[in-house]
Design a protein around this ligand. Structure first.
Ligand code: G6P
Length: 367
């Protein structure tokens, strides 16, 4: 089709649908024929040499960094800092030529992230970058590049590039874990197998968008929304809120679920939709207890969780998006999809310019 949307109404929806293929492409690129990792782009010994990592990025790429921090710390035992690129250079973080830095940028041209990269290089730090555009300035100026291989992303609100960043960050975490001896061969193989199965789970979820569309019709009339989650569901909540505000212009805020009582719960009334992201991990009971606190203040709860948790919370919730079971390490990838679809369908319901939201640019080249 001449406009490149291949029959989809918007580039954003096309790019959401491409995410399963993107994951497969990344696995084919980064894994060897035995399913073991061969090529993370790091030199032999380089992943073993990462003792601590700073990850620096903006926007959606920053939320990929915040999500990956949990993998790097819990799977690979690597203490990880995350910084917004626009802040990184100004906090005078003590750094030496041994401090490893990773700069994440879909475009590879974001002014703040590029300036942060140049700042770290000037100190003599090893600089890795994760980019989707192989010819970008950041790719050219970095010591090592981890390509995200998502293909050109046209929708201003990032979707498949975020999924690609998460996938490569998980592979990087697994690679570091292998070198550190913190993950055994069986665990590694089982994770890789689960990653291979994700595209078919995505496919199934894309076939059952009805509950999300109904939910979007309800949310489209709201002026505000809250997103909450714990652990890795917290940066996902932030990304979900960002997606919603970017394209639907609904004021959306994300909170770590445990922080709710420290202020934002005062905002909750019958008009406030609260999206609760609660994958079945060890934190789920705590998140579900926060859900009940919100429900008792009259908030309209939208629960994204496994069917069991949805059933157990049925008397407190207004709507739910049931999610299939998957290895808990992969929750961030799986739970991203309904958040993207929710934002998309709300913006569509409101008749907005989804691929080119007002005031936003695909790549921000001024600081
Ligand atoms: C802009 C885009 C966002 C993107 C951010 C960072 O704000 O609208 O979608 O996440 O820049 O872009 P980058 O190319 O550095 O990932």
């Amino acid at each position: 089709v001449a406009d490149g949307k291949q029959g989809f109404e918007h580039f954003m929806l096309k790019e959401i649908y491409e995410q399963g293929d993107v994951i497969e492409r990344i696995l084919n690129h980064y894994l060897d024929i035995n399913g073991r990792q061969l090529n993370t782009g790091l030199q032999p010994g380089q992943s073993a040499a990462i003792e601590a990592l700073n990850i620096v990025a903006c926007g959606t790429s920053y939320y990929a960094a915040c999500t990956a921090r949990y993998w790097l710390e819990s799977i690979a035992g690597i203490p990880t800092d995350t910084d917004l690129a626009s802040e990184f250079r100004y906090r005078n973080r003590p750094m030496s030529s041994h401090t490893s830095n990773l700069f994440i940028s879909q475009s590879g041209e974001t002014a703040d992230t590029l300036a942060a990269l140049r700042y770290a290089k000037a100190i003599g730090c090893p600089c890795l970058s994760m980019n989707n555009v192989p010819t970008s300035t950041m790719a050219l100026e970095s010591d090592t590049i981890l390509p995200t291989l998502a293909g050109p992303e046209i929708g201003v609100a990032s979707t498949k590039a975020f999924m690609a960043q998460l996938t490569v960050l998980l592979l990087l975490s697994i690679d570091c874990a292998r070198h550190n001896g913190s993950m055994d061969f069986d665990q590694e193989l089982s994770l890789i197998k689960a990653l291979h199965e994700l595209p078919s789970l995505f496919h199934r979820q894309l076939l059952t968008q009805e509950p999300i569309i109904r939910l979007a019709q309800m949310m489209a009339t709201s002026d505000h929304a809250l997103f909450i989650g714990r652990g890795q569901a917290w940066p996902l909540a932030q990304e979900g809120a960002l997606k919603l505000k970017e394209i639907s212009y609904i004021h959306a805020e994300a909170y770590a679920a445990g922080e709710l009582k420290h202020g934002p719960i005062a905002l909750v009334d019958e008009q406030m939709p609260v999206v609760v992201i609660a994958p079945p991990d060890e934190l789920q009971p705590k998140t579900l207890s926060n859900l009940r606190e919100v429900a008792s203040r009259g908030g309209k709860i939208i629960l994204i969780a496994d069917s069991q948790a949805i059933e157990a919370s049925s008397e407190f919730i207004t709507a739910a998006i049931p999610m299939p079971q998957v290895d808990p390490v992969l929750f961030p990838l799986l739970y991203t999809l309904p958040l993207q679809l929710l934002a998309y369908h709300v913006a569509k319901e409101k008749g907005l310019d989804i691929d080119k939201p007002r005031n936003l640019a695909k790549s921000v080249t001024v600081e």
